[in-house]
Design a protein around this ligand. Structure first.
Ligand code: ATR
Length: 310
């Protein structure tokens, strides 16, 4: 689903801009999702994607501020780097140590700062940036909405301890899982994440390695599965998805990874990571616009763009 010729022609001197910066970025589905949402909310806004090298991130953010953009999303490899660049931090960015959403704020005079959506660009005298993280909440919101699982008190096996795996582990712990089993190909990274959780969330029982008994949920937070010939993200000699009630794959392309095929064969309830993409985007749009995001329109736009069906 894209903008039709009429909407593109309606871009004018008052059209406002949001964007995603990444490298690479050309496969991003965020423009499709956000433009559908902006149109449905009746906003004269557009959302575009820019390939930005990490060494140019500071300049690219300053450029957007100078041009009075409304907001930005940041994706790989910019989320950690942005912590050094944005001026102000929302609690979410401080808690998760990464920024995926930037809100531009304008000063009209008198020291009062307002979100750019509420500013007349011609009156803005200074611009500052506020960083948010909408990724972490999106993980558990998707697990809740797509699998119907509330995590408090649950036993979870998490596969992966890279950037995505670490955030998922900390978020699961912050949502009150009772027991968290951590597995990663490189065990030392799982150990480092386990130590961080022990320090920040001492009520969560952390175990390294596969569980012996059953689990409520297995989460794939590794990148194994993005390519068709990738191995399964767990060792089938040491664990079976028959021991799990549900499986969640943070990967959404392809729609059903080998991990999720195995989950289906084992009788698990399962969901892919499309919901994470959707909910992080919905929250970002809410931050920029102050409006309720049209979730179902955004979901359909993503499904159409990524899977060719809605
Ligand atoms: P991301 O930002 O997607 O988390 P990352 O930080 O590079 O990317 O982390 C990739 C994760 O996928 C890591 O947990 C990695 O395991 P290692 O820490 O051992 O590298 C995991 N991963 C990647 N390919 C894998 C494979 N073929 N089998 C198992 N795990 C894999």
């Amino acid at each position: 689903m894209g903008l039709d010729a009429h909407s593109i022609n309606s871009i004018s001197a008052t059209t406002r801009i949001c964007a995603v910066y990444g490298h690479p970025v050309k496969h991003s589905a965020s423009p499709t999702m956000h433009n559908a949402a902006m149109e449905s909310l009746g906003l004269d806004w557009r959302y575009v994607a820019y390939d930005v090298l990490p060494e140019n991130l500071r300049e690219a953010i300053a450029g957007a501020a100078a041009m009075k953009f409304v907001g930005l999303n940041l994706t790989v490899p910019h989320k950690l780097l942005a912590m050094e660049i944005v001026n102000e931090f929302d609690d979410s960015a401080r808690t998760w140590g990464a920024v995926n959403t930037v809100l531009f704020e304008g000063e009209i005079g008198g020291g009062e700062w307002k979100p750019m959506r509420d500013c007349n660009p011609e009156e803005v005298q200074a611009v500052r940036t506020r960083g948010f993280n909408t990724d972490a909440d999106a993980i558990t919101r998707s697990i809740q909405e797509d699998l119907g699982i509330s995590l408090a008190g649950k036993t979870v096996l998490l596969l992966g301890a890279g950037g995505a795996g670490r955030t998922a582990a900390l978020k699961l712990a912050s949502d009150g899982v009772k027991q968290l089993h951590l597995v990663n190909r490189t065990m030392s990274k799982a150990e480092a994440v386990a130590n961080e959780i022990r320090a920040r969330f001492p009520n969560v029982a952390i175990k390294l390695g596969y569980p012996e008994g059953t689990v409520d949920l297995v989460v794939n937070g590794t990148s194994a599965g993005l390519k068709a010939d990738d191995p399964l993200p767990f060792d089938t000699q040491l664990f079976s998805l028959k021991k799990a009630a549900a499986a969640y794959d943070m990967i959404y392309r392809p729609a059903q990874t080998r991990f999720l095929q195995e989950a289906e064969r084992s009788g698990c309830k399962f969901a892919n990571g499309l919901g994470m993409l959707l909910y992080q985007g919905a929250k970002a749009l809410e931050i920029w616009s102050g409006k309720n995001p049209p979730i179902e329109i955004m979901r359909r736009a993503l499904q159409q763009q990524i899977y060719g069906r809605s």
